[in-house]
Design a protein around this ligand. Sequence first.
Ligand SMILES: Cc1ncc(COP(=O)(O)O)c(C=O)c1O
Length: 363
Amino acid sequence: MSGILKLARQELTSLPPYVPGAYEPGYIRLNANESPWKAPGDPTERGLNIYPPPRPDSITQRLSEQYAVSAKALLVTRGTSEAIDLLIRGFCTAGRDQILICPPTFDMYRLYAGIQGAEVLSVPLLRDRDPDRDFTLDVSRMIANSSERTKLVFICSPNNPTGRAMDPAKLDAICRAVEGRSLVVIDEAYQEFSTTQGFSGLQTRYDHVVLLRTLSKFVSMAGVRCGALIGQPELIEFLGKVLPPYTFPTPSIELVLTALATDSLRISAERTALLRAERARLAKALAASPLVTKVWPSDANFVLVETTDGSRFVEAAHRARILVRVFPTDANLTNCVRITVGQPEHNDRLLQAVSSEGIADGE
Ligand SMILES: Cc1ncc(COP(=O)(O)O)c(C=O)c1O
């Protein structure tokens, strides 16, 4: 067994996979106990009366081209969220193993670890007064505090909710230090909004690096639930045993293929350029607001700001019928607000709402 699979839950590596009934286009299917008729109003080409393919191979193929990896190195999941869950279920034995996270970060790593009964080892991001140097990885503590029990190191880059992409030299140092004892999972849900390179290059140097991508942000398809886990083929094959067959629904497959047609991707790229420009405009205008004390630089489709009074900011936005995100239980993010970059008129409305008149109006 190869190096990375030695880290997996051994009882799963020998689990015989489920063998689905065959599907052959043009053949009558009397092998899967399905209905022989399409339901009235069924808009799909394949037909909802029959099960979707056990794995959405057409999307795997398309996404592997998109991310420039082999199809054997990519597993399609229901959003990145399912990929996080699969990794934790596949690698962490309840009550024994742990994951390492660097808060403040995406909270679902903690949640899925809790559901699996895995411990969460937190090594907070380093703080600095200068927003440009704030919220960086504490590499020496990450290495010193992790152990053989730390099966997965989750690094979010660009990080949610702080917005910044992580330093490549630090990531390289972590990968080198934990090789043979942990997988390094780099969650790149927001990579397309960044002008930094991303971390696919690490996978040419290290077998234990896993990348997570999603169609929820850049391709405007959060509702379809499609993500991708990219790693060594043996890892993909192993996780394919943990992920049951038929999980990816037929309408989602057909909608994703449409979304990944060249025209849609061109539109996504144009919108991303607009979002980046709006992000810069929003950050600049927010920095000038008397309610805002700090704006962190962002490589994502949101901006994190520190305010003089988080509730006041949220209420001002709410009066303008805008929802923004706060982090009431995170001591690192007191009075901080995460604002997703919207369409230009949404951003105008937010800026108007939190300008001093906007707040005075509501008082
Ligand atoms: C960092 C990060 N990873 C993953 C996800 C989940 O994405 P998906 O919609 O692909 O499940 C999110 C969602 O906001 C996120 O912020």
